[in-house]
Design a protein around this ligand. Structure first.
Ligand SMILES: Nc1ncnc2c1ncn2[C@@H]1O[C@H](COP(=O)(O)OP(=O)(O)OP(=O)(O)O)[C@@H](O)[C@H]1O
Length: 579
C-alpha cells in the first residue's frame, strides 16, 4: 500500500523594506535550544484583543535574518533526492503581494533562491551519478486563468489547453519541453522566459507578479541493472500574490487581473478545505491553477508549501489569512508513487488466439516467441517511507489483452507454465470484463425503458382532456365508470393497460357474453377481421350489470362505439347467464 505523505510547511518572514515600520505584531520565535526546523513558531498578535497571541508551529519557521541557503539546505535539498528516485515533487511559494515569494523562489544574482539552487544541485547530482540522468525543462504561466508557454515568444504564444490522459493525469497540451545539459544553459533559457512573465507595478511592489509561474524540471534516470528508467519531476511554483486592493491601489485594468488572481487562489483555498473535510467532490476543475496542481494536492506527489509573510501591523490580517491557509494545507495527505518506464525488450505478439482455442493436436513444443524490442508503457508504483526514502516497487500490472497485443506480447524469459498462467488470467479477466459490460448494458437498457415509459405517461397525462369522459356509455372500464372524477393520470394508465393487453372492459346491462354473441352485431370488432373473445365476465352486485372483459388483437376503444351506441339505444335487456 502507498505510504501517505503530508504536505510540508515552511513559514518565512521577510525583513522590512522601503522604510516599513516594524512592530511586534508578527514574529518568528525560536524557543531555547530550538532551530528553524524544530520547536519554532510564528506568533501573531490577535487584532481583536492585543493581549492575546496566536501561535503557528510549523515544520520550519524562518525569521527575517534567515539566508537563502538555509532554507534550501533544510527543506529543498532532501526533496531533490526524492526526485531522482522517480517521484514528482511540488514546491510552491504562497503569500500576499510583496511578501517575498519571488525572492524565495528566484532570488537575486547575489542571493539566489530555491530555483537556481535546485538546478545547480540537480546538475551536480546528475554529473556525479554514473547513470547519466537527463534533465529537461518546461515553464508556463497562468494569467487570468489561461495557460501560456513561457518558452516561446509571447507574440506566438497561444492559450494552451489543459487535458487529462488515460491514467487520469492532468497535463498541459502542446507545452514546450527543452532539454538542458548544464546550469549555464538552463540559466539563459530561464532568464529569457522570465522576462516574458506578466508583471506590473502595484503600490506594494514595483515588480509584482501578476501571474502564477510553474517551472517544471524533468529528470530521466536510467537504471540498466533493473531494465527501467525512473521518471522524476520537480515543479517550482511562484504563485501570484493574493491581493488586498485597498493596499495595492489597483487601477481598473489591474482590478480585472486581481480578480482572476484572487479567484484562482480562492479556489485553491476551497480545494484545500474540501480535502480537509474529506469531501467526495474536490473542486479542482474550478480553476486552471488547481487543475494543474491537482497531483500536488491530495495526489501522488510530495509537496512543500513555503508561506511568505510580510512584517508589521499593516499586513497582519493577510498574514493571518496566509497562516490559516497553511494550517489547513498541512493536513493534506498525498500518496507519492514512483514513476518508471520499463525498458526491457518485449516480445512479438504470442498467438493469443491459439491459446484461447488450443490446437486440436498439441505438439511437443510450442514456437518460442522472437525477441523484438518494443516501447513499453510507463508505470507507477507505490512509494515507501519518505524518510530514508526506500521506494517500494509494486509488481508490474498485467496489461489487458489488447494492451499485450499493442505492446508486442508477453515478456521474454517466462517459462511455458508462466505464460499459460498469464494467458489464463488474461482470458479470465477479459471474460469478467465482458460479463460486466453486458450487465452494464442490460442495466442501461432497463433504465432507458423505464424512463421512456415514464415520459409516455407524462405526455399522456399532459395531453388535452378527451371529450370523452363521455366515452360512449358502457365502454368505460368499471373503474372509469365508477369514478368519473378520476384524474387524467389514472385514466391514462388504465388506457395504457388496456392497449397493452389487447383487452377492453365492456359494461352491459342485463347481458352476458353468451347472450350477446350473435345477437349484437357489434360484438365482433367491425373494423377487424379478428373476433374479440370474451375472456371473463363479472356480474355486478344488485345492478343487473355485467362487465365483460373482451380480448382481441386489434381491439380499440373507438371500434366499440357502434356497439355501445347500439346497446344504449336499444336499452336491451337480456337474461344474465347466472340467472
Ligand atoms: N528575505 C528577504 N530578504 C531581503 N529582501 C527581501 C526578502 N524577501 C523579499 N524581499 C524584498 O521584498 C520585495 C518584495 O518581494 P517579492 O517581489 O519577492 O514579493 P512577492 O511576494 O513575489 O510579490 P508579488 O506577489 O507582488 O510578486 C522585493 O524588493 C524583495 O527583494
Amino acid at each position: 500500500m502507498a505510504h501517505l505523505s503530508r504536505i510540508k510547511i515552511a513559514a518565512r518572514l521577510r525583513p522590512r523594506i522601503n522604510g516599513e515600520i516594524d512592530d511586534d505584531s508578527v514574529k518568528v520565535i525560536h524557543s531555547a535550544g530550538s532551530s528553524a526546523t524544530h520547536g519554532s513558531f510564528v506568533s501573531v498578535v490577535n487584532p481583536r484583543d492585543t493581549t492575546q497571541i496566536f501561535k503557528f508551529p510549523f515544520t520550519s519557521c524562518y525569521d527575517q535574518s534567515a539566508p537563502q541557503d538555509h532554507i534550501f539546505n533544510n527543506d529543498v535539498k532532501p526533496m531533490i533526492d526524492v526526485v531522482f528516485q522517480g517521484v514528482t515533487v511540488t514546491i510552491f511559494a504562497y503569500g500576499v503581494t510583496s511578501s517575498g515569494k519571488t525572492h524565495t523562489m528566484q532570488g537575486t544574482r547575489e542571493e539566489p533562491g530555491i530555483i537556481p539552487r535546485t538546478l545547480q544541485s540537480m546538475f551536480s547530482r546528475a554529473s556525479l551519478s554514473a547513470r547519466h540522468a537527463q534533465l529537461s525543462m518546461s515553464y508556463m504561466e497562468i494569467y487570468k486563468d489561461e495557460v501560456y508557454d513561457l518558452l516561446v515568444d509571447r507574440d506566438n504564444a497561444p492559450k494552451l489547453p489543459v487535458r487529462e490522459n488515460e491514467q487520469g493525469k492532468v497535463f498541459v497540451a502542446n507545452l514546450t519541453t527543452e532539454s538542458i545539459t548544464d546550469f549555464t544553459e538552463f540559466d539563459a533559457i530561464y532568464a529569457r522566459a522570465t522576462k516574458r512573465r506578466s508583471v506590473g507595478a502595484t503600490n506594494l511592489n514595483r515588480a509584482s507578479s501578476r501571474s502564477h509561474a510553474i517551472l517544471s524540471i524533468h529528470v530521466l534516470v536510467p537504471d540498466s541493472a533493473h531494465g527501467k528508467t525512473l521518471i522524476g519531476k520537480i515543479n517550482l511554483v511562484d504563485l501570484a500574490g493574493s491581493e488586498n486592493n485597498k493596499l495595492t491601489g489597483n487601477d481598473p485594468s489591474r482590478m480585472a487581473e486581481s480578480a482572476a488572481i484572487n479567484k484562482s487562489l480562492s479556489v485553491l483555498g476551497q480545494v484545500v478545505h474540501a480535502l480537509n473535510l474529506n469531501q467526495p467532490r474536490i473542486p479542482y476543475r474550478n480553476s486552471k491553477l488547481t487543475r494543474i496542481l491537482q497531483d500536488a494536492l491530495g495526489g501522488s506527489s510530495v509537496g512543500l508549501l513555503v508561506c511568505n509573510l510580510a512584517p508589521g501591523v499593516k499586513f497582519r490580517q493577510d498574514t493571518l489569512n496566509t497562516l490559516n491557509f497553511a494550517v489547513r494545507t498541512k493536513n493534506i495527505e498525498n500518496k507519492p508513487v514512483v514513476n518508471e518506464q520499463d525498458d526491457r525488450p518485449a516480445l512479438r505478439p504470442y498467438k493469443l488466439a491459439a491459446k484461447v482455442a488450443p490446437p486440436a493436436v498439441a505438439g511437443p513444443s510450442r514456437p518460442r516467441p522472437s525477441m523484438v524490442p518494443v516501447p513499453r508503457a510507463p508505470r507507477t508504483s507505490a512509494l515507501g517511507s519518505l524518510a530514508g526514502f526506500q521506494p517500494f516497487i509494486a509488481p508490474p500490472i498485467e496489461p489487458k489483452i489488447e494492451e499485450q497485443e499493442r505492446l508486442g506480447g508477453l515478456r521474454a524469459g517466462l517459462t511455458e507454465d508462466e505464460i499459460d498462467a498469464r494467458i489464463a488470467k488474461a482470458v479470465e479477466r477479459e471474460v469478467a470484463r465482458r460479463l460486466e459490460e453486458r450487465e452494464r448494458q442490460r442495466e442501461k437498457e432497463e433504465r432507458e425503458r423505464l424512463s421512456h415509459q415514464q415520459d409516455n405517461q407524462r405526455t399522456r397525462s399532459k395531453s388535452p382532456k378527451k371529450e370523452d369522459i363521455s366515452l360512449p356509455s358502457g365502454v368505460l372500464t368499471p373503474m372509469l365508470k365508477r369514478h368519473k372524477d378520476l384524474d387524467d393520470e389514472v385514466r391514462a394508465r388504465l388506457e395504457t393497460i388496456e392497449d397493452k393487453l389487447h383487452v377492453i372492459f365492456l359494461t352491459v346491462f342485463n347481458a352476458s357474453a353468451a347472450n350477446l354473441t350473435g345477437i349484437i352485431p357489434g360484438i365482433a370488432n367491425p373494423a377487424s377481421t379478428s373476433q374479440p373473445t370474451c375472456v371473463h365476465q363479472y356480474p355486478r352486485k344488485n345492478s343487473g350489470e355485467h362487465t365483460l372483459l373482451l380480448r382481441g388483437r386489434t381491439l380499440k376503444r373507438e371500434t366499440f362505439k357502434p356497439l355501445s351506441t347500439f346497446i344504449a339505444k336499444q336499452r336491451l335487456t337480456f337474461p344474465t347467464t347466472s340467472s
